[in-house]
Write a protein that binds this ligand. Structure first.
Ligand code: SF4
Length: 218
């Protein structure tokens, strides 16, 4: 019970999160120590739950009204609002992705197909990748396109910025117009690539974030 854990963490001024199994074991042991003089588990549990629900509340414990104040280590240390210790939330990773909408003189646009396995497997996308610490997003776009397709492009204007969240990370997609300069597109990680007329792009299955770039283009 959350009320019981909170009261015990405060009474014993436990400085670790009660979700840890070692801490949980220690709380059980504390509870048994408290129970011993009464030997009445039901009344004991009810009393602690009641204390947690009415006096030793999560945000503003009413220590001045508390019947066990003299036994409370957190009260004597002034740490009652820091107990129980909260588990630090993991920050969701956030990546900046630079992609290029590469067009050549006849107006066709180059797209590539992701490998069938893994995230977004088999979908088509605008080429690009993750920004590295030392580079601008424009530099990312140029580098990724050279690495992924072995072609050279000139990075032009920013077309769109799209934010998207996956289950374990977030991305901000920066899409740039790119002018095809040289090289024969050769997919390195992708399974295929094609020059597609703008009006036919909608016939291809794109991931959600790429679709929003497509919406800006068409
Ligand atoms: S003294 Fe305050 S922190 Fe300690 S058990 Fe009582 S209400 Fe909770």
């Amino acid at each position: 019970d959350g009320n019981v854990k909170r009261v015990l963490c405060r009474l014993y001024n436990v400085d670790e999160a009660p979700q840890k199994s070692a801490v949980e074991k220690a709380l059980w042991a504390f509870s048994e120590t408290l129970l011993e003089p009464t030997n009445d588990p039901w009344t004991h549990n009810q009393a602690i739950m009641e204390l947690g629900a009415t006096v030793c509340t999560p945000n503003k414990p009413k220590c001045e009204q508390c019947p066990v104040q003299s036994l409370c280590d957190a009260f004597s240390e002034g740490t009652q609002t820091e107990r129980p210790v909260k588990v630090a939330k993991k920050k969701t990773p956030h990546h900046h992705i630079g992609v290029g909408v590469i067009s050549r003189k006849d107006g066709r646009i180059l797209i590539q197909r992701r490998p069938p396995q893994g995230l977004l497997g088999g979908l088509w996308e605008f080429p690009g990748g993750k920004q590295e610490d030392h580079e601008t997003v424009e530099e990312t776009v140029k580098r990724e396109i050279t690495e992924e397709l072995e072609i050279e492009v000139e990075v032009g204007e920013l077309i769109a910025i799209v934010k998207h969240a996956y289950s374990h990370f977030k991305i901000t997609l920066h899409a740039y117009h790119c002018c095809y300069m040289s090289g024969d597109p050769t997919p390195r990680a992708a399974t295929d690539c094609r020059w597609v007329p703008l009006e036919q792009l909608e016939e291809y299955a794109f991931p959600k974030a790429n679709k929003r770039i497509l919406d800006v283009l068409t």
